[in-house]
Unconditional design. Structure first.
Lengths: 496, 464
């Protein structure tokens, strides 16, 4: 023992492995405990000369290997026959022979990791600083030098005596080794940086865990979107492949697709040839049960927009009109089904509209079977009997002025759903000042707002589209007569 | 050891057959030779073009993988009925090469074949890089690579577990275990040598990096004691492991009920082929490398001679397997099995079969002659033939068995696409990039192990 706290011990260099082994035997016999030899390769026989006790490493590896074996068995048994047992060709869910390869691999994995990490652990490595590294001569320990070091903390150690002893047992050279005066660990700031780095590295792991452990209403993040976006022809898509630029193809003339043949054609189209049928098909009997079915379906499909009485005031309208009033949406009020126009409409036309949709109204043909669509119409007629408007009679009309008749046409045909008479445009332009005005078309031409243009707009709205209008937003009104259009124009001419 | 009194006409090796290290070497000169390579300010001139080409091919590989992942597995030639095309051929090819390293380190270590010390570091590095290349192929072959973690038993929100009764899952465990254990084995062997480099380091960067990875190794004998024990245990574990890995790979085929695959000879046949191809790759790499880096004294003619003998032996084993497959196909009386093998040799891929037989069975026969084993250029060329032949072996097994389905209407002649070809070339880029970096920055020969088998290393304690 020595009083110098920083004194580590003595380092002796020997000529060759033989000298080192002989020296080590003497040190062992002298009863030293805290000492070691340092060589560039494992010198065989030195363990005996030093009296190194056989390592307990194999037992640790054996233990961990058995734990690995048990883990391999348990992992496969629990996952494949308890937690998620699935039948493969009727084989038993737990069949050991098929599990042998994985059991073997897990056993080897556990054993090998243990052999590796336990070896370094028992050796006290990694330890990047050692007092012996302070001696330049010690660099030879990994090249061709053979060293023996006795630590000062050994109870037998005495500076002079131990030094002399080393010289007598064949040491080529003996050096004193001192610990560094300054602290040998990592500098404080490096340590702090390492801790901060380690902490920062936990953040992504934490984020992944947080995502994994929580629920969200957002769709999953897909990095590769090949399942979300696929190259294919969509019903309304555009393509350069076909001449007309449309992805969907129309049916080939003269063919009948599956499910397209009906004994009574008008039952599913509402048409007899090109004209709509006036009343319900003769095969249907309107009774209480039929009306009840109509009511149920009307309230499911129609009432939300048109209102349960058909007045065009359903909850969707209420909400949308409110948003429209705040300027957050554009909204056209749903048609009042009890209005004169609908009251006078053929059943077949209403059926056609329900089936194929019109303007913003979607098609319901795919959702409501034909029988129920007719039931809805029967129920609508019942509602109209309660709430419906009656138009003036032919005599009364004849007695009215053209301007009065024109205003009636305006209201009956539902023009005011898109247009106004007060100068503020809605979906379509206002009628105020329409007559005689200059109307700019999308083609760049200018036309006069006269009877001819009004007639054309009602008959073929796509022929000349006003600049700024959405093409097709204006629908054709084929049932309106030339007299009615003349009256309408008279009325519009009064709106200055 | 070598003495100037010996006439030049006498072969040094014949005179001292036991000498594992040739030339006038002592302990220090071994350190100098090996460390000199990585301490030289610049690598040998030939290093640059090889590394450059390898990195360029690595870039090609990256581009191919990105293209594959963004587009889908359809960019390859795989299609029904040849759903396993080149990716699996390449996987088996690379994982086979990856067998020599651990075999040399572990099996030869257990058999006390001291000559292994000159080439084991080399072979282990090659193993790890080959397994990296191998592991890549099944991973990218799954198509949706971002859910590759489904192959591991990770608890997940779907409450699903992998099917442990599938040979493909055994493969996942076998190859990942093999990679992990090989890496540990390789790194453990490197630690004392990294300490040697650390102790010779002249620059701060070297001192830091080699110091960091040498874990503070002091060459303590108490440490050496446990180190050697751990090394022995690892070798004992790696030996059955190395045999299991290619057996498990062969189960991917052998457990399928497909004529040409469904045979019990496949596991030993695959293992022999793996050793065969692995040794060929060690020769392909070490013959130019020992010349380029001046390691002729450590990787000696004797090493090459021994490796040639191993190649000849394993080459005859695969030759035996090839003929036994035909015998069994005939002897079984199973007409489907018979058709599969006749089709293999004389069907649409007859050329693949005969390339395989010429390269693997015939070409190594020249090593019966000592002169051939001493002719480095010839050995190098034969090693290339073996590599080629072993790639074709996997091609023949995978493609010829699959392309003739049970239904003749689905028979299909498989052709690779340009993506297949460039991905294979790219995998060589990955392999050689890693290998050239290894040659430049790590000790290519296990310094402490070589010293250990030199005569100077043994203490003479007989007088006790």
């Amino acid at each position: 023992m020595t009083n110098d706290k920083n004194f580590y011990g003595l380092l002796a260099e020997f000529e060759d492995p033989t000298a080192l082994c002989k020296g080590a035997e003497r040190v062992r016999d002298a009863g030293y405990k805290n000492w070691d030899c340092h060589t560039p390769f494992p010198v065989h026989g030195l363990d005996d000369c030093m009296g190194v006790k056989f390592t307990r490493l194999p037992w640790i590896v054996l233990t961990m290997g058995l734990i690995g074996l048990a883990t391999g068995v348990w992992l496969q048994w629990w996952t494949n026959s308890v937690d998620y047992a699935y039948d493969i060709s009727g084989k038993p869910v737990w069949s050991l022979p098929a599990n042998v390869p994985v059991i073997f691999e897990v056993t080897v994995l556990f054993s090998a990791f243990t052999a590796f990490f336990a070896m370094w652990g028992i050796n006290g490595l990694p330890r990047w600083y050692h007092p012996l590294f302070r001696k330049n001569s010690f660099a030879k320990a990994t090249d061709d030098g053979f060293f023996l070091a006795i630590e000062a903390k050994d109870p037998n150690f005495a500076l002079g005596r131990t030094g002399d002893f080393l010289n007598t047992i064949g040491a080529k050279q003996v050096e004193e080794v001192r610990e560094a005066d300054e602290p040998t660990g990592l500098p404080g700031n490096v340590k702090a940086k390492l801790w901060i780095t380690a902490g920062v590295m936990l953040i992504p792991i934490g984020m992944v865990y947080q995502t994994w452990d929580s629920t969200t209403t957002q769709p999953r993040v897909h990095i590769v979107k090949d399942m979300d976006k696929q190259d294919r022809f969509r019903a309304q898509g555009e393509t350069s492949f076909f001449e007309d630029g449309r992805m969907s193809r129309s049916q080939i003339t003269g063919t009948v697709a599956e499910g397209q043949f009906y004994e009574d054609e008008s039952f599913v189209t509402g048409k007899d040839g090109d004209s709509h049928i006036a009343a319900l098909p003769a095969s249907l009997t309107v009774d209480e049960e039929f009306l009840a079915e109509g009511k149920k379906n009307f309230e499911i499909f129609c009432g939300l927009c048109h209102g349960n009485t058909g007045a065009g005031d359903g909850p969707i309208h209420e909400r949308a009109a409110m948003l429209a009033a705040q300027g957050e949406a554009k909204w056209v009020q749903p048609t009042d089904l009890n209005g004169v126009r609908i009251v006078g409409m053929e059943d077949g036309k209403i059926f056609d509209t329900i089936t194929n949709g019109l303007n913003t109204m979607p098609a319901y043909g795919g959702q409501i079977p034909a029988q129920k669509r007719w039931a809805i119409i029967a129920y609508m007629r019942a509602l109209q009997a309660e709430y419906g408007e009656e138009g003036p009679s032919a005599d009364e009309l004849a007695a009215m002025t053209p301007v009065e008749r024109g205003e009636l046409v305006l209201n009956q045909q539902g023009c005011m759903a898109c247009h106004t008479t007060n100068g503020s445009p809605l979906v379509g332009p206002t009628f105020q000042g329409y007559a005689g005005s200059d109307i700019k078309l999308t083609t760049g031409e200018t036309v006069k707002g006269d009877l001819a243009y009004l007639t054309e707009s009602l008959r073929e709205p796509l022929a000349k589209t006003r600049e700024g209008a959405i093409p097709g937003a204006m629908v054709p009104f084929p049932n309106i007569t030339d007299e009615q259009i003349a009256d309408l124009f008279e009325y519009l001419s009064t709106l200055k | 050891m070598a003495s100037s009194a010996i006439p030049a006409s006498i072969d040094h090796e014949d005179l001292f057959p036991a000498a594992l290290v040739q030339g006038d070497n002592d302990l220090h000169s071994v350190t100098e030779t090996v460390c000199g390579v990585l301490e030289a300010p610049k690598p040998p001139k030939a290093w640059y073009p090889i590394f450059g080409i390898a990195v360029a091919l690595l870039g090609v590989l990256g581009a191919m993988i990105v293209y594959l992942v963004m587009t889908g597995v359809g960019v390859w030639g795989n299609n029904q009925p040849v759903a396993w095309g080149w990716p699996i051929v390449n996987f088996v090819f690379w994982v086979g090469i990856g067998h020599a390293g651990t075999l040399i380190s572990a099996v030869l270590f257990l058999f006390r074949q001291d000559w292994r010390t000159g080439i084991n570091r080399f072979a282990e590095a090659m193993t790890i890089f080959a397994v990296v290349c191998a592991g890549m192929f099944p991973a990218i072959h799954v198509g949706r690579i971002w859910v590759i973690w489904w192959v591991f038993p990770v608890p997940n929100q779907m409450s699903m577990w992998p099917n442990f009764r599938s040979p493909l899952l055994w493969d996942v465990f076998a190859v990942s275990t093999y990679f992990s254990v090989s890496l540990l084995f390789w790194y453990m062997g490197l630690v004392p040598d990294l300490a040697t480099v650390r102790d010779r380091a002249k620059t701060k960067a070297r001192r830091f990096w080699y110091g960091l990875f040498s874990l503070g190794w002091t060459g303590s004998n108490r440490h050496w004691h446990r180190y050697e024990r751990a090394y022995l245990i690892l070798a004992a574990l790696a030996t059955p492991l190395v045999l299991s890995v290619h057996s498990v790979v062969s189960f991917d085929f052998a457990t399928s009920q497909l004529p040409g695959w469904h045979t019990t000879i496949l596991p030993p046949y695959f293992v022999a082929g793996a050793i065969f191809s692995g040794f060929a790759m060690v020769l392909t790499l070490s013959i130019p490398a020992r010349k380029m880096f001046g390691l002729e004294d450590l990787i000696t003619a004797r090493h090459i001679d021994n490796m040639c003998k191993v190649i000849m032996a394993t080459g005859m084993m695969v030759g035996y397997a090839y003929s036994m497959e035909f015998f069994m196909a005939w002897y079984s009386g199973n007409s489907y099995e018979g058709f599969a093998f006749v089709n293999r040799a004389f069907g649409p891929y007859w050329w693949g079969y005969w390339i395989m037989v010429s390269c693997n069975v015939l070409s190594p026969q020249i090593f019966w002659f000592k002169k051939a084993r001493k002719n480095l250029l010839l050995v190098f060329i034969i090693s290339l033939f073996v590599n080629l032949g072993m790639w074709f072996e996997r091609f023949v097994i995978v493609v010829t068995s699959l392309n003739r389905d049970f239904l003749p209407s689905s028979w299909h002649y498989f052709s690779p696409t340009w993506v297949d070809v460039l991905t294979l070339l790219g995998s060589f880029g990955l392999f050689f990039t890693l290998f050239m970096l290894f040659c430049r920055y790590l000790p290519q020969v296990a310094i402490s192990e070589v010293k250990n088998v030199m005569p100077q290393a043994h203490p003479h304690l007989d007088d006790h």
